[in-house]
Design a protein around this ligand. Structure first.
Ligand code: GDP
Ligand code: MG
Length: 457
């Protein structure tokens, strides 16, 4: 996600961190790198100019000297970029046993239907009872699409194939959907924000009285998100925005900053076509990630939510006792598969350089897990409980490969990833008092970064 922006921003940062003396020339060229990166990501030129001017002005501040100045400038850079996309994290306020309704609105093809299922799944995984109500009565295949996605994700979907009045559909299911903690309501879009669309949204809002109306925007439109968000804000009650297709757009930077300009808070970002490819948007960790500072907070949250509580406690207990074997690993992998691909989770580890590791490691993870299953079936109890011995004794490796028909390099990979996950879990065990609403303390992050950064790569 945002690979180019990330690489170019890092270049600007590194120029400053690597410099021994900060002279005017170094500042100017780093600011240029940063500005170029932001403009390429479709961030508004005026905003980019202002950011550059601020940094240059700080750099000329004679009161701050030497190393302190360097740190100072890096902090300003970081903060200014953060300013561009907003500081606060916004999440839906849900409560088990209380019914909350969220309407998704937006233009045609912006990702409403996909996002409706993604959100229902996101909160289902976090322990809420969720459902989706389909009120797109205009597109002929809308109900089928929702039905199919619902089946795939095992989400309860309410649709009405032959009804053309969304209000009637809502009334039919009104009582039924009250049984859920969260109901996501998918609506119809148009090619433009026209009168008909506004009329429909307003009449739905009036009838449904949703707790949240979220505008869905695709990242591809870049800066134009500003116009779209403010037009929707004028026409109806928008609480916030979801930006989709962050994965497939070079203009995502523009979309993010544009929404911040209109003061429309970003709640979520869509990062792929798959059901689990959605993230709650946390500007701070997002920036740390694209600046390559790693994002432990998200990593741990992801791993923890991926692994359901019961298995997690069991695994933690085992780790405490010093045992975490391949069977446990397998169990955890299956759960992680629920939330996102392994490669995406691993991207969140600080210091991790994807380009340094063969891409193959991340290919066909599911297929690989299946192959690993065969390999594990060919192992002795001793090997399952203490996989490290396989690495040390090539005769064992050969025997397992022969018995399972799995290559030795695959088996080595299995053990490598087992060790990796063991480490991550041990990391989160260190954080037993971790409160996800508070985030991690700087100290905890540093401690973990050191640990992971050094050991893994
Ligand atoms: P709607 O018309 O607003 O309901 O949009 P859909 O939910 O039908 O989505 C339109 C297309 O965008 C579909 O092909 C989705 O698979 C795709 N899509 C939605 N969200 C994302 C995302 O975050 N990343 C990518 N790559 N594709 C997405
Ligand atoms: Mg749709």
């Amino acid at each position: 996600m945002l690979e180019n922006l990330s690489a170019n921003l890092k270049k600007g940062f590194e120029r400053i961190t690597n410099a021994i003396f900060l002279d005017k020339k170094i500042i100017e060229s780093s600011v240029k790198d940063l500005q170029r990166a932001l403009i390429q990501a479709d961030v508004n030129v005026q905003l980019v100019k202002e950011l550059g001017d601020k940094i240059k002005k700080e750099a000329e501040n004679e009161k701050i000297k030497g190393i302190e100045k360097k740190e100072h400038i890096i902090k300003i850079l970081h903060d200014e970029i953060l300013n561009l996309i907003g500081k606060e994290k916004h999440e839906l306020e849900l409560e088990k046993g209380k019914n909350k309704k969220v309407i998704l609105v937006g233009l045609y093809g912006c990702g409403k239907t996909t996002t409706a299922i993604k959100l229902a799944n996101y909160y289902l995984k976090r322990g809420f009872k969720t459902a989706v109500l389909g009120l797109d009565v205009h597109r002929p295949a809308a109900t089928e699409q929702l039905e199919q996605l619902g089946k795939q994700a095992k989400i309860q979907v309410f649709i009405e194939k032959n009804e053309k009045d969304p209000i009637k559909i809502y009334k039919k299911y009104k009582d039924e959907i009250k049984k859920y903690d969260l109901v996501i309501i998918d609506t119809a879009g148009r090619h433009d924000l026209d009168k008909e669309l506004i009329k429909e949204i307003i009449s739905l809002e009036k009838e449904i009285k949703p707790h949240y109306t979220l505008l869905t925007i695709q990242a591809d439109i870049g800066q134009a998100a500003k116009k779209q968000a403010s037009e929707f804000q004028k026409a109806c009650n928008i609480n916030g925005v979801i930006i989709t297709r962050m994965d497939s757009s070079a203009k995502a930077g523009g979309a993010l900053t544009a929404c911040n300009e209109t003061k429309a808070p970003i709640f979520f970002i869509g990062t792929g076509e798959k059901i689990n490819e959605i993230e709650s948007f946390n500007p701070k960790s997002f920036i740390s990630r694209i600046l390559g500072l790693g994002d432990l907070e998200s990593l741990i949250e992801k791993v923890q939510s991926a692994i359901d509580e019961k298995t997690q406690t069991k695994a933690k207990q085992k780790l405490k006792e010093g045992i975490f074997d391949l069977r446990d690993f397998q169990q955890q992998l299956k759960q992680i598969g629920n939330v996102g691909s392994f490669s995406k989770i691993i991207e969140l580890i600080p210091g991790f350089k994807k380009e340094k590791v063969s891409e193959k490691i991340f290919d066909n993870q599911e297929e690989k897990i299946k192959r690993w299953q065969y390999a594990i079936d060919s192992m002795t109890k001793e090997e399952i409980e203490n996989p490290e011995i396989i690495e040390k004794q090539t005769t064992r490796l050969g025997r397992i490969a022969k018995g399972s028909g799995i290559t030795t390099s695959d088996i080595r990979q299995l053990i490598k990833q087992y060790k990796l996950l063991k480490e991550i879990l041990q990391g989160s065990k260190d954080l037993s008092n971790f409160d996800s609403s508070q985030g991690l303390s700087q100290k905890q992050i540093q401690k973990l970064a050191k640990k992971f950064g050094r050991k893994l790569f």
